[in-house]
Design a protein around this ligand. Sequence first.
Ligand code: ATP
Ligand code: SF4
Ligand code: MG
Length: 358
Amino acid sequence: MSPHPAPTIQAASRQIEGPLLEVTDLRTHFRTERGLVRSVDGVSFTLERGRSLGIVGESGSGKTVLSRSIMGLLPKRNTERSGSVKFEGREVIDLPLADRRKIWGREMSMIFQDPMTSLNPVMRIGKQIGEGLRLHLGMSKVDARATALHLLREVRIPEPEKRLDQYAFELSGGMRQRVMIALAMSCGPTLLFADEPTTALDVTVQAQILELIGVQKRERNMSLILVTHDLGVVAGHTDDIMVMYGGRMVEKAPTNVLFSSMKMPYTEALLKSIPKIEDPSHTRLSVIPGRPPDLVNPPRGCRFAPRCSFAQDRCHTEEPPLMTAEHPEHVYACWYPVGSPSHRARTAELATAMSGGF
Ligand SMILES: Nc1ncnc2c1ncn2[C@@H]1O[C@H](COP(=O)(O)OP(=O)(O)OP(=O)(O)O)[C@@H](O)[C@H]1O
Ligand code: SF4
Ligand SMILES: [Mg+2]
């Protein structure tokens, strides 16, 4: 028998009624010289236990700030925050640092966007993973090292024994990302955030990492929030998808519903920007024209209006509220959604213009 058995640390399953995470009208604004940057501007959603949510949007849409606001990972200085974040029914938005530290690792954990800057460059990998285990789970040094080795095996790092005593800079990008996953999983979190976990990796490694996160989620009965700018990445990996634009949630639905009947022209444009396998090589991707909104002075009305091919007068003056679609869990914020008579008429006009007709 092994002297240090290191079983998979399961997400703590407490029998508590209600959703795992309940975010209500969350706002995170930064005070800057230019004015108040409204990075997250009134986002509300719930996440049930064991489910996975993809958060998708262009660069700067507020995905990372939203995730960090929920985890309580943003410095308080120059930050204005309001709204509510309930985790397992408990308000966590303004907890003191000492209480937030108790949540990190064991209850909520994050795979960060950039492993190179998130891993400690001067601490060996085994020690970095072991520290959390000792702090949160009270393990001895010897047990923490054995568990770190077990975790490195679980994330399928080649030669895990050797990696324990290496530093981050000695590992490849894919290996560093696996270490980040091992670190994030180490204390058996109930909810895992994965913020662009595959952006810096090549396509084959990307697929492996996403698969690994999915396996870990199932085996540990975790909930997952997967953040990405690529709608293709979340397609096969999350139960639900939330689309963000200019600090707001503009569409949310179960994944299959979103792909079969998306309502926001912005979501449609994001979908068109995904490369498709059947596309001949060198096919030009459709990039959404124009720039994301200035979050200090967002446009009046719909924030997507200056870039939207379907915008009409009302879009520039009146902000659309979140409306419920045919599916009760599908919400969207658009006056002239995909499939509406107005959208169909405009699509026909655009097609005629593209083909050079009159
Ligand atoms: N500390 C800060 N002070 C001022 N503005 C900030 C701060 N942190 C983020 N922002 C701004 O908030 C907006 C949202 O940033 P965020 O990092 O959440 O975007 P993102 O959707 O994660 O983008 P990406 O896909 O590039 O990671 C951006 O305009 C960013 O410049
Ligand atoms: S509300 Fe108007 S501008 Fe906004 S996405 Fe819908 S059609 Fe486009
Ligand atoms: Mg980000």
